[in-house]
Design a protein around this ligand. Sequence first.
Ligand SMILES: Nc1ncnc2c1ncn2[C@@H]1O[C@H](COP(=O)(O)OP(=O)(O)OP(=O)(O)O)[C@@H](O)[C@H]1O
Length: 291
Amino acid sequence: MLQITDLRKRFGDKVALDGVGFTVRPGEMFGFVGANGAGKTTTMRIAMGVLRADSGSVTWQNAPVGPGERRRFGYMPEERGLYQKMRVAEQIEYFGRLHGLSQSRAATATAELLERLSLTERRGDAVEALSLGNQQRVQLAVALVHDPEVLILDEPFSGLDPIAVDALAGVLQERRAGGVPVVFSSHQLDLVERLCDAVGIISAGRMVASGAVAELRSAGNNLLRVVVRGAVPGWADGLPGTLTTEGDASVLVTGHRDDQEILRRAVNAGRLEHFGVERPSLTEIFKEATA
Ligand SMILES: Nc1ncnc2c1ncn2[C@@H]1O[C@H](COP(=O)(O)OP(=O)(O)OP(=O)(O)O)[C@@H](O)[C@H]1O
C-alpha cells in the first residue's frame, strides 16, 4: 500500500501543504483532484523525492520510500521530461536503462509499449516532431518501461483527444489489473469518476474529502434534477440550485426540500421531461467540498 501521511510544505510564507494524506492500495486507481494551486503537484513531487517535505511521510509496503524504492516507481511529472531531439524508441529505451533494465529487456519493453500505444510507426521520429498527444503517449511509455510497482502521474490526460484518453486509460487499467497502485491528478472530473476506484479532493493544501467514489456519492446530499422543455423564461426564479440550458431544455439541479412547489412550477412552465432524485456527481461533490 502506498501511504502518504500528514505532509506539510511551505514555500517561504506560502503554506502549500497543510497535512495532506491518503492511501492507495495495490490494484487501486486513485484520482487526485483539486483547484489550480491546491497542492497536487507538490504532493506528487514529494512522493517522488523531487521535493522534500517539511514534515510527514511517504511509505510503500510499510517502509519509508527512498531512492531505491523510487527507482521502481513510474512517474509522469507535470513539467514533462522528454529530450526533444531524441528519437522516440531510443528515448524509451534510455529511460528503461536508467531504471536498471538490461539493453535487451529495455528494447523488448520499448517495442511492446510502442505497439500498445500505437507509436510503432513513429519510433524513429524525434520527439519534437510529434503532436502533444503522441508526446504524452511517449511520456507514459517512459513512466511504464521498467514495469513499475507504483504509478504516480501528474495530469496525464490534459490536452488529449478522446481517442488518446482511451488509449492511455486502457494502459493504466491494465497496470491496475496487474496489482499496481495508480495515482493520477486531473481536472477532468467525469474521467476521474469513470476510471477511479477512489478519489482525494484537496483544497488549499488540505484534504477535504477522500474515499471510494461510490461512497462519496452516496454520502453526499441527494439532488433533485428537473428537466423542462420549452420552459417559460424565469420559471425557476427564486429557487435555489443551478439552472442550465441544454438545447431547448431548461435543467434545474437543486438540493431544495420543497419538491411539491418545484413540481407545480415545472408543470406550469412547459413540458416536464424528467423529475427525479439523483446521487451527486463527482463534480457536484467537488464543488461542495471546495466551496
Ligand atoms: N517552487 C515553488 N515556489 C513557491 N511556491 C510554490 C512552488 N511550487 C508550488 N508553489 C505554490 O504551492 C501551491 C501548490 O502548488 P501546486 O503546483 O502543488 O498546485 P496544483 O494543485 O498542482 O495546481 P495545478 O492544478 O494548477 O497544477 C501554489 O500556491 C503554488 O503557487
